[in-house]
Design a protein. Structure first.
Length: 126
């Protein structure tokens, strides 16, 4: 896009702006940063035509507004039942209130013959 470097989510055609309309800072990046940015864009981009996609939310909203202007009754679709979600905070608080369980002891590490349980420091060669 000319002097502008843009990394963003896909947008609908009416949301796309010209770099001339943006208040862009001056060029204050290094060649290395520009190379990295271009590699990132190349790896994440693909051919895309925003006119192939429709903003269905805006379409439905427009239909509702037009129906309301014409005096028609607006009927909202019934919302599907959400699955019951556990309240994680309540579950954590309940687990803290439970009697503490005895933790299993980990098997100790075996040491070389003659070595104590402590780790030995290596001697520096003089």
């Amino acid at each position: 896009m000319g002097d502008a470097l843009v990394l963003t989510t896909m947008r609908f055609a009416h949301e796309i702006r010209s770099p001339k309309d943006l208040d862009l800072p001056g060029k204050n990046w290094t060649d290395k940063e520009m190379k990295l940015a271009r590699q990132l864009m190349d790896s994440l981009s693909d051919k895309w035509n925003p006119k192939e996609f429709r903003d269905t939310y805006a379409d439905v909203l427009r239909e509702v507004i037009e129906a309301k202007v014409k005096g028609r009754e607006i009927v909202t679709p019934e919302q599907p039942q959400r699955p019951r979600m556990a309240n994680i905070m309540k579950a954590l608080e309940a687990s803290l209130k439970e009697r503490p369980r005895q933790l299993a002891k980990a098997a100790g590490r075996r040491t070389h013959a003659g070595a104590s349980g402590r780790s030995r420091k290596r001697r520096k060669a003089a």
